[in-house]
Design a protein around this ligand. Structure first.
Ligand code: HEM
Length: 298
């Protein structure tokens, strides 16, 4: 997919050339992953806009214990997003069942069998919803947090411009330093001790991945953004059996987008520092990232 992703990035950056103030979020970081995952799954392009909103609402659910759900008598927004997105994917799957097979992931999932066992309708819908949401709400923040860190560290931006092969190291350092997914959760199978706390069997454990990344024993001088560190240790994509399914895709999109940004956008500078942030607690990222620039090269 490298060529088609690079073409999309080229197209988004071409558009920046005409904009004195370019919002990196709405101009590049958001549309790239959403378009890639839609095309991969086979969601009609005309419908992409539809689920942007639902999926943005739905991700609030991942905040888990934030104050959006404090029982003020209103249905939380994310419930609306969840219902609408499931309804949409339900119809999409029903529609695709009856049509000829295409070269996309929905067709693959419809045809998938495991020892004669096929995915039930609800399983299919849930899987597609998961891929749609996980496939872009996170990568958006990888790209935007990456551009932000580079703009705050001009030396690193210049180094990437001079040597695009450094993009992979920048991506890994962003996953550590300003991770798109801040936390995850597990339920204890049995009583366990974590530090000074006892977690009873069945208890919920919230794991602050982003905090672990700042452990000086894991990463020396952890508060410094340094893509040149000898070894980057992070849990940005999780760990163990549930390790992120989309890590290779996210890494590819992040690497290509950051390298192209560094190469093509001349003298980029932040207009607001810090930029405004979304209210999300877990999927941490900016709500816009306006920059000024001196032009965009070919
Ligand atoms: C920078 C981008 C991304 C980040 C930081 C990220 C992060 C994560 C993390 C931390 C987990 C583990 C959750 C846990 O253990 O509780 C996870 C799981 C998952 N991710 Fe990602 N992800 C990204 C992109 C993607 C993409 C592009 C896709 C799909 C194309 C995707 C699909 C999934 C799926 C399906 C799981 C669940 C895997 C399982 O439970 O077996 N992710 N991701």
């Amino acid at each position: 997919m490298e060529d088609s992703i690079a073409r999309l990035i080229g197209h988004y950056l071409d558009r920046a050339a005409d904009q004195e103030t370019y919002d990196v979020l709405s101009g590049l970081a958001y549309p790239l992953p959403v378009t890639v995952i839609c095309r991969m799954l086979g969601v009609p392009q005309a419908d992409e806009q539809l689920f942007h909103r639902w999926s943005g609402q739905l991700t609030r659910q991942l905040d888990g214990f934030s104050d959006h759900y404090d029982g003020n008598g209103q249905t939380p927004e994310w419930v609306h997003g969840e219902v609408e997105l499931h309804r949409y994917v339900n119809e999409l799957v029903a529609d695709r069942r009856g049509s000829p097979r295409r070269d996309d992931l929905i067709s693959e999932l419809l045809a998938a069998q495991d020892g004669g066992d096929v995915l039930g309708h609800d399983e299919l819908v849930s899987t597609i919803v998961l891929l749609l949401v996980a496939g872009h709400e996170t990568t958006v923040n990888l790209i935007a947090n990456g551009v932000l860190a580079l703009l705050r560290n001009p030396g690193r931006l210049a180094a990437l411009r001079a040597d695009p092969t450094k993009a992979s190291a920048v991506v890994e350092e962003i996953l550590r330093y300003d991770p798109p997914v801040q936390l995850t959760a597990r339920v204890a199978r049995e009583d366990l001790r974590a530090g000074n706390a006892t977690v009873p069997a069945g208890g919920l454990v919230i794991l602050l991945l982003a905090a672990a990344h700042r452990d000086p024993e894991a990463n020396p001088d952890p508060d410094r953004f340094d893509p040149a560190r000898e070894r980057v240790r992070h849990l940005g994509f999780g760990f163990g059996p549930h390790f992120c399914l989309g890590a290779p895709l996210a890494r590819l999109e992040g690497r290509l987008a950051l390298a192209a940004f560094a190469r093509r956008v001349r003298e980029p500078e932040l207009i607001a520092d810090p930029p405004p942030y979304r209210e999300h607690l877990n999927l941490r990222g900016v709500s816009e990232l306006p920059i000024g620039h001196a032009g965009v090269t070919r």
